[in-house]
Design a binder for this molecule. Structure first.
Ligand code: FMN
Length: 219
């Protein structure tokens, strides 16, 4: 059995008062995040996206497999091709949605119009990589869980940077693999659009479930 090499954890201990303030600040900062569906054409420097992806790549992952690839696209013609293909696929998919689900989607601002895919300065396609079977030895690798956490880190980092985001399903999947030049063992997981919101950008009024509804404490 291989023993890990250990180093001292770079932990910064804070006073309780400091921690309470930081926790309150984090709530305010993160509660301001909203999905934006109208992006400004103002370019976003690549370094900002690189740094957000660095943060995403620091996410915890099962057995530290880091089973993700982030393909960051700013090419207008590339994004346009993905938009056209995504809209076509979505038209087919939405035919299968129940009227209740369509209503729910519409009420939170979801649309079949994928203009954000093309208009956001950056489209980040997140791919989940399945490890080779010979490495698994029958073990579960929790790839979707790990990539979900990394995508959360990515969205939080982009928001902390001062950019707006929109998360979307990655459609059409085979096309995304081909367009992004990713191998078959990488599955399109999500797409994250990032940029500045348009001036006076509007977002739908939505309610967040209160703490009592989403948290259970066992003390
Ligand atoms: C997996 C996933 C898929 C989503 N798909 C769409 C989509 O297809 N179209 C859209 O307009 N918004 C989409 N969204 C954004 C959600 O509608 C949005 O996060 C939700 O309404 C909450 O709003 P908020 O992000 O402003 O808090 C998606 C979000 C996630 C996490």
């Amino acid at each position: 059995m291989n023993e890990p090499t250990l180093i001292r954890y770079d932990y910064k201990k804070r006073t309780l008062a400091e921690m309470e303030q930081r926790a309150a600040d984090a709530v305010i900062a993160m509660m301001r995040r909203r999905s934006v569906r109208e992006f400004s054409q103002q370019p976003v420097p690549r370094i900002l996206i690189e740094n957000a992806i660095r943060v995403a790549g620091s996410a915890p992952s099962s057995a530290n497999l880091q089973p993700w690839t982030f393909v960051a696209i700013s090419s207008k013609s590339f994004k346009q091709k993905i938009r056209v293909a995504a809209e076509e696929t979505l038209k087919q998919i939405t035919k299968k949605f129940s009227p209740q689900y369509c209503e729910r989607l519409a009420s939170v601002g979801g649309t079949v119009d994928k203009s954000a895919v093309e208009e956001a300065p950056w489209l980040i396609a997140v791919f989940a990589k399945q490890p080779p079977a010979e490495h698994l030895h029958g073990a579960r690798t929790y790839v979707p869980e790990s990539v979900g956490i990394a995508t959360g880190f990515l969205v939080a980092a982009l928001h902390a940077t001062g950019l707006a985001t929109l998360v979307d399903r990655p459609e059409p999947r085979a096309f995304l693999n081909e367009m992004c030049g990713r191998p078959a063992d990488e599955r399109p997981y999500l797409m994250v659009m990032a940029g500045y919101p348009v001036e006076d950008c509007l977002v739908p009024v939505i309610a967040r479930k209160p703490l009592e509804e989403i948290a259970v404490f066992v003390e």
